[in-house]
Design a protein around this ligand. Structure first.
Ligand code: NAD
Ligand code: FES
Length: 276
């Protein structure tokens, strides 16, 4: 059992849960994730660790209400327990030695995971620009935290209602063309965003890491649910990743595999009354 010590509604569909997990807090590094299960009948859901506090013994996750389970999770309050909260899983993000300047790019909910990456690089003294993109101003969260975690923050919205009008890739290409001098880009967000970020950086030969979010079940490399193809080889995101070379990922396969259970998910939402 893991107790929820803090619950914050970041926007109508985004929730932050800080959970009592001293062993995870002690070992976690940026890029790693947990798998949680609300109760005995709950499905397992993987969530990247957005923040960990060793002194308080807590780990924080941020998630979007996207289906039946996340809708139930969002209803839990501080003081309630989650049955299983297992981690840290996956490999921490590996920053190549000698990296001089990094651009961390976050899309929507993925910004919750881009944030600890930028924060860790910034704390290590590596110059870091952070580009975060949202559909509109209402979807934006953590603006102050983002500012504190980088040298330059760029905010985009799809509708132009806040920050710069456009997509994160528009700003990334502009900054590269203006001579920003990135030698590493880390992209975390929806699959199309990571795909187009990797396509953009490939033109310039800039190493690009993407944090993949395939369907996961056991999180131990046994079930094959998180199978992805990288550089023509089969990899399991839960143990070989979740970070991979964005220039080598088969994004089309990832998109197709992520859609496999869409009908069942709709059915589950209908049963619980959750609207999608
Ligand atoms: P969204 O669709 O609102 O997109 C967020 C931003 O990403 C946009 O504002 C835009 O700047 C950029 N973007 C989106 N599509 C793009 C494209 N084709 N080209 C260039 N830029 C593009 O995102 P959302 O609804 O908040 O995010 C939800 C998705 O993020 C879910 O699919 C979820 O699975 C995924 N996610 C991924 C991770 C991960 O580890 N990779 C973590 C959390 C969430
Ligand atoms: Fe089962 Fe990765 S989640 S192999």
């Amino acid at each position: 059992m893991a107790k929820i010590v803090r619950r914050v509604s970041l926007n109508p569909i985004l929730t932050l849960l800080e959970v009592e997990a001293p062993r995870i807090a002690k070992k976690a590094l940026p890029g790693q994730f947990v798998i949680l299960r609300i109760d005995e009948r709950g499905e397992r859901i993987p969530l990247t660790i957005a923040e960990y506090n060793t002194a308080a013994g807590t780990a924080t996750v941020i998630f979007q209400t996207a289906g039946a389970t996340t809708a139930r999770l969002a209803e839990l309050e501080a003081g309630q327990d989650i049955l299983d909260f297992v981690g840290p899983l996956g490999k921490p993000t590996e920053i190549p030695e000698g990296t001089k300047k990094v651009c961390v790019v976050g899309g929507g909910v993925g910004c919750a995971i881009a944030y600890p990456q930028a924060k860790a690089l910034h704390a290590a003294g590596i110059p870091v620009d952070l580009i975060v993109g949202f559909r509109n101003k209402d979807a934006l969260f953590f603006e102050e935290e983002f500012k504190a975690a980088c040298d330059n923050l760029f905010i985009t919205t799809d509708d132009g209602g806040y920050g710069e009008h456009g997509l994160v890739t528009d700003v990334l290409k502009r900054e590269i063309n203006n001579g920003a001098g990135y030698d590493l880009v880390i992209a975390i967000g929806p699959v199309p965003m990571m795909k187009f970020t990797a396509l953009a950086t490939k033109e310039y030969g800039i190493k690009t890491l993407v944090s993949l979010n395939p369907i996961m079940v056991d999180g131990t490399g046994m079930c094959g649910g998180c199978r992805v193809t990288v550089g023509g080889e089969t990899k399991f995101a839960c143990v070989d990743g979740p970070d991979f070379d964005g220039h080598q990922v088969d994004f089309e396969e990832l998109t197709n595999r992520n859609a496999i259970y869409r009908e069942q998910e709709k059915h589950a939402c209908n049963l619980t009354g959750e609207v999608r």
